[in-house]
Design a protein around this ligand. Structure first.
Ligand code: ZN
Length: 83
């Protein structure tokens, strides 16, 4: 069975592959060690999310970074939204 991007994001989190380099009120700058390469993810809060991987649209790296960041802000356990 093919791993969905949600499952992949959850796996990256479980394996500790997310490095938050900077987290401010309007910007998050993070690195994700993917399966093939290391990618930079930049989140402009309330605006857009960018990832340096070749995927178009949402990717597992963005999801993982957003989930980790949300958990840090709320104090809740890290979980990838299935929404
Ligand atoms: Zn990506």
């Amino acid at each position: 069975m093919t791993e969905t991007i949600h499952e992949k994001a959850q796996r990256f989190i479980t394996e500790g592959r997310i490095t938050i380099r900077y987290e401010g009120s309007t910007l998050i700058d993070a690195d994700v060690q993917g399966d093939h390469d290391r990618y930079a993810v930049v989140v402009e809060i309330g605006d857009e999310v960018r990832c340096t991987c070749p995927a178009t649209g949402d990717c597992s790296h963005m999801m993982a970074v957003l989930a980790v960041s949300l958990a840090r802000r709320t104090g809740l356990p890290t979980a990838v939204s299935l929404g």
